[in-house]
Design a protein around this ligand. Sequence first.
Ligand SMILES: Cc1ncc(COP(=O)(O)O)c(C=O)c1O
Length: 387
Amino acid sequence: MSIKKPHSSPSNPSFSSGPCAKRPGWSADALASALVGRSHRSKPGKERIQEVIDKTRIVLGIPSEYKIGIVAGSDTGAVEMAMWSLLGPRSVDVLQWESFGKGWVTDIRDQLNLADIREIKADYGLIPDLNTVDFNNDIVFTWNGTTSGVCVPNGDWIPGDRKGLTICDATSAAFAMHLPWSKLDFTTYSWQKVMGGEAQHGIIVLSPRAIDRLENYSPPWPLPKIFRLTKNGKIDEAIFKGATINTPSMICVEDALDGLNWAISIGGLDELIKRSEDNLIAVKRWVKSSKDIEFLAKNPITISSTSICISIVAPWFKNLDKKEQSYAAKTICSLLDREGVAYDIESYRDAPPGLRIWGGSTIETSDIESLTQWIDWAIGEVAEKYL
Ligand SMILES: Cc1ncc(COP(=O)(O)O)c(C=O)c1O
């Protein structure tokens, strides 16, 4: 049945799950002081990079004994760096419940050729049984599965006295969800997610135990320069003091700093998390009020507040085969795109057909509320073709 077009539109139609929306009020003026054309190894260059590291520590509440570095290759580069540098001496438990976790399994099994690995997996919408994880092993997991909208509820399942290391891909969680640093040994994320920074670089956060592993274990495989965190068997301190392994973009550095300054100006991590949680609350209200949609995440405590994945469960949609569902979801998204009210909200290519709305901290809750009205309209429009 057709639904009237809403009168008002989101003030920002960017709801992509990466690169994600810029902070409210962002313009290219934020980059005016970028140290373009200067060496990143110049005094001001290093100071600017160090400022990003220092403010990252402040906003994320990272303990002083943990090290923070900026690396190449975005989050993928950061996770690969962790796996190639640390894995090998212990068995590995890899948790996967959506596309990115699955990707890390492939690397560990087929590229690093580690035989002693256990895949602990679940289908889209579910999370594996976290009680089956063996913490004598090294653990690789994604805090928030961006393609299924399912996240771990907290870090309580990770013991403080574990023997193995935890390698955590936190790219769509950092800044929007509480990360318990005492439970995480090598954490990664990239700038273009929750903070809406420019894409290019990854951040690594290393616990003392991860540093100890780096200083006392050399992997049997060759380690490209871009992954090397040690020098003469000791951690390369310079990397964590603004001397990156290779050249960063000073425009990206400036933008990351702009995001951190914004975070500090609004009240820091608690406010960032609240903004994202408020967005999820708005979507929950919408899901509750509609018979046509559900969260893809089956267990309410695992519903992501950042990559919010929505299944369409209206009977007309459920009666379609997967290819037709995919086409119908695409049509809904095209309608919204054409109206200029929502860009890039189709579910990830490997995920079940549906919608994925970014609800990270840069998104205004009023925009989410407006968007949901537009989605109701677009679903109504597409439904007419099938009824
Ligand atoms: C959970 C997760 N891991 C890794 C990646 C890859 O990130 P990047 O493009 O920053 O390398 C993404 C990107 O969306 C992601 O969501």
